[in-house]
Design a binder for this molecule. Structure first.
Ligand code: SF4
Length: 387
């Protein structure tokens, strides 16, 4: 049985960022102990339906996992190692908020085997970070990145968001330059999502003035920032390998690659999603409750959905195309059969003609324009999508 990845969600934050649409919040400290206990119980019960004996990646996301105390980190790692054999080369990442990583917590993480740290910086410009509700400055973020590298963590990711209030092409360029100077070996660049799931998104949609909503750059400006990122980061040695992800040679995130390559992973905690393989190679997907109080009562992952072959094929397209390496038609044919793929060939031809996909040999990948319009491209591979 192949090793799986583990994802642990820690939904606690010190304050809620204006753009945040994650299942996270500011909760009383007393919830933390109950949450850790729930996670340990879930690991035990997961063993009933997860046959993998070993894990080769662990990712702590959230939320702000760096707010967990050293004692909770140790307890949770002990629980993980009781249930699974954590392979020696496993990539173990913890998401941290700059300025919210205590020295003793960092020491406990390293002692537990953490070898990669991801900082949610979002902007190195203080005005932008402040307007978005972040609690750090550039100096704090810089100091934290240096601190973890001095402690021997060579693998560091920095998240940035294009489209924050007050951002301009010049300030964005500065954030990218600072990012490159930190020596981070990986970065995730997201474009601001304007939707009903965040306070800032709702304000923008309603034309309101709170959360500096009128200062959000236009869609065209945000698209320009994304293209600037691709170009600047490549010049500074961080090559794009996925729509939102860039890495120095060999520093791609092994855990996140599982999502795009449809390798199995188990998600534990609030709103954590899982994908497991059945014995006959099928694909099971399920998710835990997204509300903390509800989750504390029971994980809520009993509803496990087995995907149809058609759904699996659609996923193979919209997840695989996210990678710059693209989708290998030969591999897809071997997995799903030539007949299942025949309908897709016309779609590919149309998208190539529209300049959204490119095809070389048996490999199909998004063009630069296709990356900006990726959701439209993915929708074309859905059987239920309108013609
Ligand atoms: S720190 Fe992350 S999870 Fe927490 S509120 Fe901000 S964006 Fe959301």
């Amino acid at each position: 049985m192949d090793p799986i990845g583990l994802y642990l969600s820690v939904p606690f934050c010190r304050s809620k960022c204006t753009y945040c649409n994650f299942a996270s919040g500011v909760y009383p400290a007393s919830f933390m102990g109950r949450y850790v206990q729930r996670l340990c119980e879930d690991m035990l019960s997961a063993k009933q339906f997860v046959s993998a004996e070993s894990v080769d990646s662990i990712y702590w996301g959230g939320g702000t996992p760096s707010l967990l105390s050293p004692q909770y980190f140790r307890e949770l790692f002990r629980a993980i190692r009781r249930q699974w054999n954590v392979l020696g080369h496993a990539e173990i990442t913890v998401e941290c908020a700059p300025g919210q990583l205590a020295e003793e917590t960092l020491d406990a993480m390293l002692e537990c085997g953490v070898n990669r740290i991801s900082f949610g910086v979002q902007s190195f410009m203080d005005q932008e970070a402040r307007a978005a509700g972040r609690l750090h400055t550039r100096a704090i973020a810089w100091e934290d990145i240096c601190r973890v590298r001095q402690k021997g963590v060579s693998r560091v990711n920095v998240d940035l968001i294009a489209g924050l209030p007050y951002q301009t092409q010049a300030s964005w360029q500065e954030s990218l330059d600072v990012l490159a100077e930190t020596g981070a070996d990986h970065t995730s660049i997201y474009m601001l999502e304007v939707d009903d799931d965040s306070r800032l998104g709702r304000e923008v949609l309603n034309g309101g003035a709170r959360y500096s909503a009128p200062e959000v750059p236009s869609d065209d400006a945000i698209a320009g920032m994304y293209l600037t990122a691709i170009e600047t980061l490549a010049r500074r040695g961080l090559e794009q390998y996925e729509i939102s992800n860039f890495a120095r040679c060999g520093a791609e995130s092994e855990h996140n690659k599982k999502y795009w390559l449809r390798k199995p992973y188990l998600g534990l905690g609030v709103d954590a999603h899982s994908m497991l393989r059945t014995e006959d190679g099928g694909c099971l997907r399920f998710a835990a409750h997204e509300g903390l109080e509800e989750y504390l009562k029971a994980p809520g992952w009993e509803q496990r959905q087995r995907l149809t072959r058609q759904e699996e094929l659609e996923e193979a397209w919209f997840l695989g195309l996210r990678l710059n390496a693209g989708v290998d038609l030969r591999k897809l044919k071997a997995e799903f059969g030539a007949e299942a793929l025949s309908d897709c060939l016309c779609i590919i031809e149309d998208l190539v003609e529209e300049g959204l996909l490119e095809k070389s040999g048996e490999c199909v990948r998004l063009t630069q324009r296709g990356r900006l319009l990726s959701n439209d491209v993915f929708a074309r591979f859905l059987v239920s999508a309108p013609a």
